[in-house]
Design a protein around this ligand. Structure first.
Ligand SMILES: *Cc1c(COP(=O)(O)O)cnc(C)c1O
Length: 338
């Protein structure tokens, strides 16, 4: 039995999800004729109370398409310095949109409205025009930390007053919504665009959605095509997404319980230093006293437990729907014995 805690992207489609995929009705989505893709896009837009959505192969693509649609070359984007859009998308902001980033030192991946306000460039010909703020919820490198929704509202106010667009990288937005008993509609009301992943905790094999108003999504479809993301019979994948949205959201609470249980076992050990507060399904902790992140990773792998050293001293574990309670109990006993 292998327990794979490297990422929630390692989930494999369940037999029920595969059945939904096998029986999907499909067509050519580049012609707008795939009924399953169309159903997924309108379903997601409805859930968030937004006008439209476009299905893309990855969350990197939904983020990059959104940034391209919101900006002009030479402009500046405000985001946390640990943001996925900035550090994990291959320099895509510069490559695809010709923009630069004002990277903010936030708190576990989250920035405040004061920091946003301070980061906006004055209208001075020496300065890049600030045009977009990008937030991440939950924040991956923040250890799955969640924004306080009140802070998001303040950031929105600041964006409105300064003519800035507001994008949300919601790769794990469902984890935040479930953990904090929020609703997708409240996010739909605030953001100009939202990217959500179906291939993380929701367990679909492929796919992300970009949400926005009708005009924005029309523009996004053109950019998706230019980026090479126009897919043909993508309904087989969209069917997995529909299944995920219908069946795999509320169960995320179990992943959060599992993550907390693992943290409680770790906290008791002398070789564990700082553990980031566990708010959702991600654990990031520091190794001290004889273990390096790599040697801990190896010790775990010897017991059939896979995790990732994300720095010389830090390890990340991510719980997800293919990590059962039995696996978590085994992991806890392994930690106890170390
Ligand atoms: C995984 C992830 C994405 C998208 O990743 P893809 O692998 O391109 O789907 C975007 N943002 C965050 C925070 C992520 O964790």
């Amino acid at each position: 039995m292998i327990t794979d805690l490297r990422s929630d992207t390692f989930t494999k489609p369940s037999p029920e999800m595969l059945e939904a995929m096998f029986t999907a009705k499909v067509g050519d989505d580049v012609f707008g004729e795939d009924p399953s893709v169309n159903a997924l896009e309108s379903m997601a837009a409805d859930i968030f109370g937004m006008e439209a959505a476009v299905f893309c192969p990855s969350g990197t693509m939904t983020n990059q398409v959104a940034i391209k649609c919101h900006t002009q070359p030479g402009e500046e984007i405000i985001c946390d310095k640990l943001s996925h859009v900035y550090i994990y998308e291959g320099g895509g902001i510069a490559f695809n949109s010709g923009c630069q980033v004002k990277a903010i030192e936030g708190q576990r991946g989250r920035i405040s409205s004061e920091q946003v306000l301070e980061a906006i460039n004055p209208s001075d010909i020496h300065k890049a025009k600030t045009s977009l703020v990008s937030l991440e919820n939950t924040a991956n490198r923040g250890g799955g930390s969640c924004y306080d929704f009140e802070e998001i509202l303040k950031i929105k106010e600041c964006c409105t007053e300064n003519g800035l667009k507001l994008h949300l990288d919601g790769a794990r937005l469902w984890n935040a919504i479930v953990a904090n008993e929020e609703t997708p509609q409240q996010y739909g009301e605030v953001f100009d665009s939202i990217s959500i992943c179906l291939s993380k905790g929701l367990g679909a094999p492929v796919g992300s959605l970009l949400l926005g108003n009708a005009g924005f999504i029309q523009k996004a479809r053109r950019v998706r095509k230019v980026f090479g993301g126009g897919m043909r019979q993508a309904g087989f994948l969209a069917a997995a997404g529909i299944f995920a949205l219908e069946n795999n959201i509320t169960r995320l609470a179990e992943d959060h319980v599992h993550a907390k249980q693992i943290a409680e076992a770790l906290i008791k050990k002398d070789f564990i230093g700082k553990i980031m507060p566990v708010e959702t399904n991600i654990l990031i902790f520091e190794l001290i006293d004889g273990f390096t992140a790599k040697s801990f990773e190896t010790a775990m792998a010897n017991e059939g437990i896979l995790c990732i050293a994300i720095s010389p001293t830090q390890v990340r574990m991510v719980t997800h729907l293919d990590v059962t309670t039995e696996m978590v109990n085994h992991l806890i006993s392994v930690i106890k014995a170390l």
